[in-house]
Design a protein around this ligand. Structure first.
Ligand code: NAD
Length: 477
């Protein structure tokens, strides 16, 4: 049985209700989490406020940094345990679960070093004045985290918020929150004061909504779907609370005829199969210059056919999807493709010993998907790659920008001028040239435009969102 983590204590829900934890590899329950409510959220927000007022706001940035560094080291010391938790909870193959632990440790390490480097400016002004700016924390920050990368996204938002001097109340996803609870315990073990990091588990419409509406929360960072992002922004707007929204994507991978296909092919495949396609920055649209379209599809087809899907513990190319409704969502997209005459070029395979009760989906490559089709416009959040051909650079740009999203884009070309033109013309938060994702670097600011959200997380840039700028003008004559 798991409990909320409030003021460094394991706390049951005031309602006494729990939610079953399901292993996506076999669909069976194996643990329980607390089903929190608005009162639990209030309890956590009050604990956070006390911590902020009495302890956290009085620490030197150097001391915050040392605590974050200790937490990073504790994560590495518990790497196997954390990877095992994430693997079972999310259905991640071992290598992915281990990579997520490394990223989590790296977030805390990066933000540990940033604590004492976040400074304001002095501004030249009228004679007789000195003007300076301070970057001040918001105070109590709320963080709503999805299920696809619980540890990584926890590290990303909580690491940045703490470094900037805030305290945190976190609401992880009801579908995957065990690693977040464990990391919060590790934080308490290494000396984080009670109330600096609080975790309240439960459903989005109960705990998440209560957190977004709680008047004691001064900033909300939300990572999740565009639909819920709209609700969060509406709730925040009602009380003029700033928020950062990291939403979904329908990110293009664009391949020109002069591209190095040997380098591109494994990256293109990884960009749609990593975490079974359940990645906000998944490269889910493949735009290919027509002269190499058939060649590239033929090579991708062989690679797709070799991909194997199975239980997370078998550490294959792909694990299961997170839950049955997600599997059904992917099936609905594929059934639309079938009904609309969109051809399947190739599929991977699900291993024979994968339990029937697990949520498996073979990676699927589709061809000639019309630009306005749902499969070219909406986020599937599964391992489905929609490919289409273009004839000119202008057409590639128009197709790349022809969705409501704008999170990430990848461009493959050896032409240096085209690399810059494409990077300028694509409307998205990140553009990768001759790579995709750059290994996820925690140093690289990340976030979207359009329906992919606003605000930036990761990198030093995130710290600006986790602070408010105060201008101080002193007239001294
Ligand atoms: P989701 O929006 O359903 O849930 C995200 C979180 O919000 C969960 O903790 C959930 O419990 C909570 N929530 C649900 N309803 C809520 C409500 N009414 N009020 C407050 N909170 C509520 O998303 P998901 O299915 O968990 O995650 C998948 C989505 O997240 C995809 O769209 C994906 O692209 C996006 N995502 C974006 C990023 C990014 O950084 N841009 C990263 C990962 C995932």
């Amino acid at each position: 049985m798991q409990f909320h983590h409030i003021a460094n204590a394991a706390v049951p829900s005031l309602s006494g209700k729990t939610i079953a934890v399901i292993d996506p590899s076999d669909g069976q329950p194996y643990d329980e989490i607390q089903r929190g409510n608005a009162e639990d959220v209030d309890h956590a927000v009050q604990a956070a406020r006390l911590c902020y007022d009495n302890v956290w706001s009085k620490l030197a940035p150097l001391e915050r940094g040392r605590l974050l560094l200790k937490l990073s080291q504790a994560v590495l010391a518990h790497a196997d345990e954390l990877a095992a938790i994430e693997q079972r909870d999310c259905g991640k193959p071992t290598k992915q679960a281990r990579a997520d632990v490394q990223a989590l440790a790296r977030y805390f390490e990066f933000y540990a070093g940033a604590c004492d480097k976040l400074h304001g400016e002095t501004i030249p002004y009228t004679p007789g004045f000195s003007v300076l700016t301070w970057r001040e924390p918001h105070g109590v920050t709320g963080h709503i985290v999805p299920w696809n990368y619980p540890m990584q996204i926890f590290g990303r938002c909580v690491g940045g918020a703490l470094a900037a001097g805030n305290v945190c109340v976190v609401k992880p996803s009801e579908d995957a929150c065990l690693s977040v609870l464990r990391v919060a315990q590790l934080a308490s073990d290494v000396g984080f004061p009670a109330g600096a990091i609080n975790v309240v588990t439960g459903y989005g419409h109960e705990v998440g909504e209560a957190l977004a509406r709680n008047p004691g929360v001064q900033h909300i960072s939300f990572t999740g779907s565009p639909r819920v992002g709209t609700l969060i922004q509406q709730a925040a707007a009602e009380r003029h609370c700033p928020c950062t929204l990291e939403l979904g994507g329908k990110s293009p991978q664009i391949v020109f005829a002069d591209a190095d296909l040997d380098a591109a092919i494994p990256v293109i495949i990884n960009a749609i199969t990593q975490n079974s396609g359940q990645t906000c920055s998944a490269g889910s649209r493949l735009l290919v210059e027509r002269s190499i379209y058939e060649t590239l599809l033929a090579r991708l087809a062989s690679a797709f056919e070799a991909l194997r899907v199975g239980p997370a513990s078998q550490d294959l190319d792909l694990g299961p999807l997170i839950r049955q409704s997600q599997q059904q969502r992917v099936w609905d997209f594929l059934s639309d493709a079938h009904n609309d005459g969109i051809a399947v070029v190739a599929e991977g395979s699900i291993v024979d010993d994968a339990p029937d009760t697990g949520y498996y989906q073979a990676p699927t490559l589709l061809r000639d998907v019309p630009v306005q089709h749902r499969l070219a416009q909406d986020e599937v959040f599964g391992p489905v790659l929609s490919s289409m051909a273009f004839d000119t650079e202008e057409e590639a740009i128009a197709m790349a920008n022809a969705t409501d999203f704008g999170l990430v884009a990848g461009v493959w070309t050896r032409d240096g001028s085209r690399q810059f033109r494409m990077a300028r013309a694509i409307r998205s938060g990140q553009v990768f040239i001759n790579n995709y994702g750059a290994g996820g670097g925690v140093e690289l600011p990340f976030g979207g435009v359009k329906s992919s959200g606003h605000g930036r997380e990761k990198g030093f840039e995130a710290l600006y969102g986790f602070t408010v700028l105060k201008t101080v003008a002193i007239r001294h004559g």
